[in-house]
Unconditional design. Structure first.
Length: 246
């Protein structure tokens, strides 16, 4: 594949970023719509939508339907993570809240270690549709586990107006705090979106090399999340500046 063909392919795949944009826009809106509903019901609904989106991906007859299905899953991804963090902090003693939240985010790293390489390998062997079916099945198991294990009486604080969601952005400390994660996650999603075609089509590496690369990347991310959780529970803010410098 020539560089020109690769660029065209990447531009086409760039449409996938529409799903990530949908997640960013939908999360504060859906959080407002949650109101005072019980969060176990809300997370059950969002997981059901997520499962539907992956089933739609598995049976998508056209590229447009495939992109639409990814947007559907992205719409509920952000709020599902937010609710999961709420549950984590609610059922955990205050001294261990930072540690348990780090485990929630470690789920991304664990998915990188096992899910992404496995999905990449499966897609190359049996096709990408089966991969989405597997995601839908695993998500169904997670949904059942949520309903069995999570408390059923937890509700979020009532928000009167939509603009209340954005009051935290008037705090300069919060803006400074989210600046680094925004840049970090932006770079992470670029890797996930484009690393496979770049390594295979442009550099000529095999899919097995990509799998090993993603496993190593995920292991390092998992170690980083766990280290961050332990630091945060032990006066991490007093030492965080040194780590960011490193």
């Amino acid at each position: 594949m020539t560089n020109g063909e690769l660029i065209k392919k990447l531009r086409k795949e760039r449409r996938i970023s529409q799903a990530q944009l949908a997640a960013g826009i939908s999360t504060p809106i859906l959080s407002l719509l949650v109101g005072e509903h019980r969060l176990n019901r809300v997370i059950g609904l969002t997981m059901a939508v997520f499962i539907f989106g992956n089933i739609l991906s598995a049976i998508a007859p056209t590229f447009f339907v495939l992109i639409l299905s990814r947007i559907i899953t992205a719409l509920v991804a952000g709020i599902t993570i937010s609710i999961a963090i709420t549950f984590a902090t609610f059922i955990t003693p205050k001294a261990k809240q930072a540690w348990i939240v780090s485990w929630v985010f470690s789920g991304f790293s664990i998915a990188s270690v096992f899910g992404v390489p496995t999905g990449t390998w499966l897609s190359s062997k049996v096709g990408w549709r089966l991969t989405f079916w597997i995601i839908a099945i695993l998500s169904t198991l997670v949904l059942v586990a949520f309903q069995l294990a999570l408390p059923h009486d937890l509700k979020q604080k009532k928000v009167e107006h939509f603009t209340d969601q954005f009051k935290i952005l008037t705090d300069k400390r919060i803006l400074l705090g989210i600046f680094v994660p925004v840049l970090s996650l932006g770079s992470v999603y670029i890797i996930y979106t484009y690393i496979t075609p770049i390594l295979t089509d442009s550099f000529g590496h095999s899919i097995n090399f990509v799998t090993i690369y993603l496993v190593i990347y995920g292991i390092v991310s998992l170690m980083s999340n766990q280290t961050a959780g332990r630091l945060a529970s032990k006066n991490g803010f007093q030492r965080i500046f040194k780590f960011y410098i490193v």
